[in-house]
Design a protein around this ligand. Structure first.
Ligand code: GRF
Length: 195
């Protein structure tokens, strides 16, 4: 229970899930040290990490001569952080190469804003909304070599209401993400959650 855990979070964008996870961990006094890794130096997630005092590894993907070189550097950074209990993808916008996925098999999770296997890939909330679905949701899943295809760990439904706009629906889906992701991570790490 008190063994310190080590968690790497990969993110490229706003970082609202990153922040929700770190705040939840602190509220519950989890013995976890987080490191953020990002491919986007100017992403909002970097400012959130600075504000929260989370160490950050920035790998500006544009500065690498090739995608392979970038992926090798990312893998090296992740290996330097070992032993890692969990690698958490939270809006990381690149597809990871098979070597990294295999190395972290059953130690790497992702969150996706739909009820997978429905609407994998980009713009999942918008696609569900425009298709006239009555519900969508959020999925936390293990990462495998496909795009949003790994085994599902947890799902939560979000109803699509007649009065919803894309913006109100997005807000509720993100709220659901911020509720489910920290709890699932806590359960996977064997740490206390509030259900
Ligand atoms: C979330 O909707 C998540 O499901 C998807 O990317 C988005 C990241 O949002 N994988 P944020 O950067 O955590 O705010």
């Amino acid at each position: 229970m008190d063994r310190p855990r080590r968690v790497a979070i990969l993110a490229s964008g706003s970082g609202s899930n990153f922040e929700a996870i770190v705040r939840y961990a602190r509220e519950h006094a989890w013995p976890v040290s987080f490191t953020l890794l990002t491919d986007r130096p100017r992403a909002r997630v970097v400012r959130r990490a600075n504000r929260l005092g989370v160490p950050t590894v920035i790998l500006p993907s544009r500065r690498f001569p090739s995608r392979e070189a970038y992926d090798r550097a990312l893998f090296a950074e992740l290996q330097a952080l070992e032993p890692l209990d969990l690698v958490v993808l939270a809006g990381y916008m690149k597809i990871l190469p098979p070597e990294i996925v295999r190395h972290f098999a059953k130690r790497m999770v992702n969150i996706h804003p739909s009820l997978l296997p429905r609407y994998p890939g980009l713009h999942a909330i918008e696609r569900a909304f425009r298709a006239g679905e009555k519900k969508t949701g959020v999925t936390v899943h293990w990462v495998d070599e496909g795009v949003d295809t790994g085994p599902v760990i947890a799902q939560v439904e979000v109803p699509i209401l007649p009065e919803d706009t894309l913006e109100t629906l997005e807000a509720r889906v993100h709220e659901a993400e911020h509720r489910i992701y920290p709890r699932v991570i806590g359960e996977l790490l064997g740490l206390p959650t509030d259900g």
